[in-house]
Write a protein that binds this ligand. Structure first.
Ligand SMILES: [Zn+2]
Length: 625
């Protein structure tokens, strides 16, 4: 085996895990190999065929991947061929290429034979295979069989019969499968007590970083800053086409050699971008996840995610395209609540293509994946360790990778009496809520701000109400974000996540455990947010000027709505702002709704309010108009 490795493949030594897998194939065992991209997956099924003259049938989903592999093997003078729609002929042995390939296989002149899962489903072809069976089958991209996975392919389901009908060992290979998906692959392919190995997820040359940032403008600025250092090839992944277009425009304006890539562009435009990406030394590709399979440039120095992905699998697959040459590379992830909301929207959109009876299971599965992605993004542990755990790679990194943002900021913040008090108050406030609320309401309550929601739920009676009045809004937001990051507070839901205490959070609140906040991150975000606080104030000033202008536009209507609100509030014995705010009056004057539906779109007007006094309000507006 070692000799084949040297003399034919020209390699010096096996990579981690390869030898054990090859040995199992030689012994005729079924195998499931989950090996991260670039860790030498294909060699595992190619080498046994070459070394022993066995015949391996390879099932692969993409024509370009098949052609690529066959070309590489033929270059090494290994007899290999692929059969797909691009190969011409009717299958006649005498006259055409298709026939010649079939004959070569039947007469045992091929070591490796690549076909698509669709071809396996053709009865005629399957009969041919039964008459001319392989010594073993290798199924590449085996995660496509996982029904709830992100790359599910219907044709892969049919591969379950291979084991029984061809009666030979089956080797399943993939670069991405969680322990749960691994089990599904084993069951679906009917593997018999297979050797399961997960390897190569630790990539010591990659530096993983993640930053919570809600403002798009700030994200763009940060990206520009990162790109200013000459970095060779970079991929910037975005969640939507619109985001790609916007960021691409910004980068172009800054003079970067940036090119867009997404499914909404013409094939010429995409090819042009792809060509630049493959050929130019300094290039930035701004892309959706449409840019992926078949990208094998080894010297990508940075993969930036301008928006969070919907699962750790997608994230790792995309980020893992950095640094395949083994040289240092950066994987940077931006995340925030909006990203999760966008992903949730995608999930709900694509749910439509799932059969009705399976929709709920599918939805829960996808939401769980999204939640795990969020946990990764917010999480405090070493990034590489978190990723390895996710895929079930058992290689141990006892002291972390030492280079990711979390390893670098493992020093914790010394707790002053004040900071300890602040943390306790935030946690207690979450615990006191009878209904769960989001961050905004929590901050309002701590600051003792009178708000509609707060009044409705009687927050002013809570013992935590107004306890942190002296803190600014951004300071509190930052503290809450860090408590979420450390896992003391849990977020539930995506679009409007609500908060609850985790078991660790409860222990901290009861003073059974000391809270730990990462020092560097705490200082950095407090500093960053101090600047933000200034701009927020400035914005507020700008806004009130805008409102004043609007008031002048419809002064009469504005005044009559305000008076109506006063009368109504008096009648209901509540303060006027509990009905709606001045901002709602602004919006009413601007939109002048004519129907209840239009009214419900106005700022601060929910369905309940529409039902209780919507008609009265509408007739008032129409009378004045
Ligand atoms: Zn680390």
């Amino acid at each position: 085996m070692n000799q084949t490795l040297h003399s034919i493949f020209g390699l010096q030594e096996f990579r981690q895990g390869q030898e054990e897998i090859i040995q199992a194939i030689l012994e005729g065992r079924d195998v499931l190999a989950v090996m991260a991209t670039g860790s030498g997956k294909s060699l595992c099924y190619q080498l046994p065929a070459v070394a022993t003259g066995k015949r391996c049938l390879v099932i692969s989903p993409l024509i370009s991947l098949m052609n690529d592999q066959v070309a590489k093997l033929n270059l090494l003078k290994i007899p290999a061929a692929a059969m797909h729609s691009g190969i011409e002929g009717s299958g006649d042995w005498e006259t055409d290429e298709r026939g010649r390939i079939l004959q070569d296989w039947a007469e045992k002149r091929l070591n490796l034979f690549y076909i698509s899962p669709e071809r396996m489903a053709m009865p005629e072809f399957f009969n041919f295979l039964k008459k001319n069976p392989p010594d073993y089958v290798a199924i590449d991209e085996a995660h496509c069989i996982a029904q709830w996975g992100h790359d599910f392919r219907e044709e892969y389901r049919g591969l379950g019969r291979l084991k029984k009908e061809l009666g030979c060992p089956v080797i399943a290979l993939t670069a991405t499968a969680t322990p749960e998906a691994q089990q599904e692959i084993v069951t679906s392919l009917q593997l018999q007590s297979p050797l399961i190995r997960v390897h190569g997820f630790y990539r010591p040359n990659l530096k993983f970083q993640a930053r919570q940032e809600s403002s798009k403008k700030k994200r763009f600025q940060e990206i520009v800053k990162m790109l200013e250092v000459d970095q060779g090839a970079t991929i910037v992944y975005c969640g939507t086409r619109k985001y790609v277009d916007e960021l691409h425009r910004v980068l172009k304006e800054c003079g970067f050699p940036a090119y867009p890539y997404h499914a909404g562009l013409s094939s010429e435009e995409r090819e042009e971008s792809h060509r630049h990406f493959s050929e130019d030394a300094r290039v930035i590709l701004v892309a959706t996840n449409a840019f992926g399979m078949g990208v094998d440039r080894p010297d990508v120095r940075m993969v930036i995610h301008a928006q969070m992905t919907g699962s750790v699998e997608s994230y790792y697959q995309e980020a893992g395209r950095a640094g395949r040459d083994g040289q240092e590379a950066l994987c940077f992830l931006f995340f925030g609540a909006d990203d999760a909301a966008i992903q949730e929207f995608f999930i709900r959109e694509s749910m439509r293509s799932i059969p009705g009876d399976k929709q709920q299971v599918w939805l829960r599965h996808r939401e769980k994946k999204l939640q795990l992605m969020q946990r990764y993004a917010y999480g405090p542990t070493c990034r590489q360790t978190a990723l390895m755990d996710y895929f079930g790679d058992r290689e141990q990194l006892t002291t972390g990778c030492q280079v990711c943002d979390n390893c670098q900021s493992s020093e914790t913040m010394p707790l002053t009496t004040e900071l300890r008090q602040d943390i306790l108050m935030v946690l207690s406030a979450v615990a006191r809520f009878k209904t769960s609320f989001g961050k905004g309401v929590l901050v309002d309550c701590l600051q003792g701000k009178e708000t509609e929601k707060g009044c409705l739920y009687g927050h002013e009676h809570l013992s935590t109400y107004g306890l942190l009045k002296h803190k600014s809004r951004v300071e509190l937001m930052t503290l809450i974000d860090l408590l979420i990051r450390q896992g003391y507070i849990q977020q539930n839901g995506f679009k409007y996540p609500t908060l609850s205490l985790s078991p660790e959070g409860i222990e901290v609140m009861k003073a059974k455990k000391e809270a730990q906040l990462p020092k560097q991150l705490y200082l950095d975000s407090m500093n960053r947010n101090k600047n933000k606080a200034l701009t927020a104030e400035e914005k507020q000033r700008g806004r009130s000027q805008k409102l004043a202008a609007k008031e002048r536009l419809e002064p009469e209507l504005w005044e009559s709505i305000r008076q109506w609100r006063a009368t109504m509030a008096h009648r209901k014995k509540v303060p006027p702002y509990t009905l709606f705010w001045d901002r709602t009056i602004d919006d009413l004057c601007l939109r002048k709704p004519a129907t209840l539906e239009e009214l419900s779109q106005v700022f601060g007007m929910g369905d309940r309010k529409c039902a209780s006094f919507g008609d009265e309000l509408l007739s008032l507006i129409q009378k004045k108009d």
